[in-house]
Design a protein around this ligand. Structure first.
Ligand SMILES: [Zn+2]
Length: 496
């Protein structure tokens, strides 16, 4: 391990013209591995039950964070207090009846419903259009010559290229395409039917209600497909050769669901600025994780207990500085969001209903997984962080990020995942993206994935706190600089 040595001259760079140890450096000393461990040991404890969005565990975590913000003297981030609530909807299936030619089929034996179809309603049809994979791929344009407007369609799962192997992306593509073409119901023949998870255990949680009437999506067995096609198919390959077109078959479906509205929150604490208090610097991390099942808890210590802890530690450091007369010029907004694991919901809600104007938000510094080491990291693994987004939206940002790092922490800022086209798509995979999407410059700090990622084994004992301390200090210094410099970050690079 390379010992961190800070030459005194370098420390002076953090505030131009300083003649002694800069206040930022003095206050950063308070950020310690010990402190981080104490906080994370609460956030990622069994008591928090894995912090799944819209569950009691998430609410406990929110209460803890709110109490912490209050305790260090932050102001409530919203007119209604520290928590910004957003609605979350949960659908579960109560029952479904599906008949072909008046013969009832059996749920989970002959058919299942996609959780997005857990709605209440009835449908009927006298014909079903078979459009093969229902996708335009290298071998076929499956819809050519077919009109599926207001009709039910029968499709094959996967794509011809991979022999019908179930594939999340292909599924999404074909469902969107069928809906675009006006289909009123979608039946997908599945190679791996029956699906491992029965309908009763699948729930569907979402934040945005789909406009218009729902289009049910069913997965069926090859035997069920045979009934529709009016001939016995032997194996999935034979389905490939079935003739595309209209099949006369009487279909009736009725679905009964329980639909409930829940709530989740983002927790926001604010430290008002001085002469630039109407401009904002955001520090974010998501506090939700994957929850628990029976006695198994997904602790989410790294993901993203580490980012939550970072936000709290940085907030505390800024609050201490303010108490000593070194308050930030811009207003600091410390926000831990929920719903990240479900689809970046909390940050989406905030950026669609911003409490502080986004055009006056200089930057969002987002930490998501900053306590571990990527086993594939080739450099000095005890001294790095992946950074994403610094070259986007503002030409100020990369310069600031590098110069602050060079004058303080000397971490290896590794930008291998910076390209939005990188196959991992990390640029799109945490909450900063919702800010970037609205034109707010962002930096995403991230340690990479590891074998405990999204496993119940992502626990506090595996966190490298001395390394995390360095990373949190870097985020603190960068926030300090952006909060105190004369100008907001310029926005001179268009969003691609
Ligand atoms: Zn995650």
């Amino acid at each position: 391990m390379r010992k961190l040595f800070l030459p005194v001259a370098a420390l002076l760079c953090i505030t131009a013209g300083a003649q002694q140890k800069s206040p930022a450096v003095k206050f950063a000393d308070a950020i310690s591995a010990k402190d981080l461990k104490a906080k994370l040991s609460i956030i990622a404890s069994a008591q928090m039950e894995g912090r799944e969005t819209a569950t009691p565990g998430q609410k406990k975590a929110a209460t803890f964070i709110e109490g912490f913000f209050k305790g260090i003297g932050l102001q409530p981030g919203t007119p209604n207090g520290y928590q910004l609530a957003f609605p979350v909807y949960r659908d579960s299936l109560a029952g479904a009846t599906f008949m072909l030619n008046n013969t009832p089929l059996v749920l989970d034996k002959d058919f299942t419903l996609s959780p997005t179809s857990f709605v209440t309603g009835s449908w009927a049809a006298n014909e079903i259009v078979f459009a093969s994979y229902g996708i335009s791929d290298s071998t076929a344009t499956n819809y050519s010559g077919l009109d599926v407007k207001d009709k039910w369609v029968l499709l094959l799962e996967g794509s011809a290229n991979d022999g019908g192997k179930p594939n999340f992306r292909a599924a999404r593509t074909k469902i969107v395409l069928a809906k675009t073409k006006g289909a009123k119901g979608i039946i997908i023949v599945s190679k791996d039917f029956p699906k491992a998870k029965p309908s009763a255990v699948l729930g569907n949680m979402y934040v945005a209600k789909q406009p218009g009437s729902p289009v049910p999506v069913l997965y069926v067995s090859q035997a069920t497909a045979s009934t529709i096609l009016g001939k016995q198919v032997k194996g999935f390959d034979e389905l490939n050769t079935a003739v595309r077109g209209v099949y006369n078959v009487a279909l009736s479906l009725s679905v009964n669901s329980n639909n409930i509205t829940l709530e989740s929150t983002d927790v926001i604490g604010v430290l008002p600025g001085t002469d630039k208090k109407d401009e904002y610097v955001l520090v974010t991390g998501h506090y939700d994780h994957l929850g628990k099942k029976d006695s198994v808890i997904w602790y989410g210590a790294d993901d993203d207990g580490s980012g939550t802890t970072s936000v709290l530690e940085i907030a505390q450091t800024f609050a201490k500085a303010k108490a000593k007369g070194f308050g930030p010029r811009r207003t600091m907004v410390f926000m831990t969001v929920s719903g990240e694991e479900e689809g970046l919901w909390g940050s989406d809600y905030y950026t669609s209903h911003p409490v502080y104007p986004l055009e006056k938000t200089s930057v969002d510094l987002n930490t998501d997984m900053v306590g571990r080491i990527d086993p594939d990291y080739k450099g000095d693994s005890l001294n790095y962080i992946y950074t994403i987004g610094e070259d986007k939206l503002s030409t100020d940002l990369l310069k600031i990020s590098d110069s602050i790092n060079n004058s303080t922490m000397h971490l290896e800022l590794d930008r291998r995942f910076n390209d939005p086209k990188d196959p991992n798509r990390f640029y799109y995979r945490s909450d900063h993206y919702n800010f970037a999407k609205h034109g707010v410059p962002i930096i995403f700090y991230f340690n990479g994935v590891h074998k405990d990622y999204h496993q119940p084994t992502d626990t506090v004992d595996k966190i490298n706190f001395p390394l995390m301390e360095k990373r949190v200090k870097l985020v603190f210094y960068t926030a300090w600089e952006i909060a105190n410099r004369d100008n907001m970050l310029v926005r001179d690079i268009p969003l691609k």
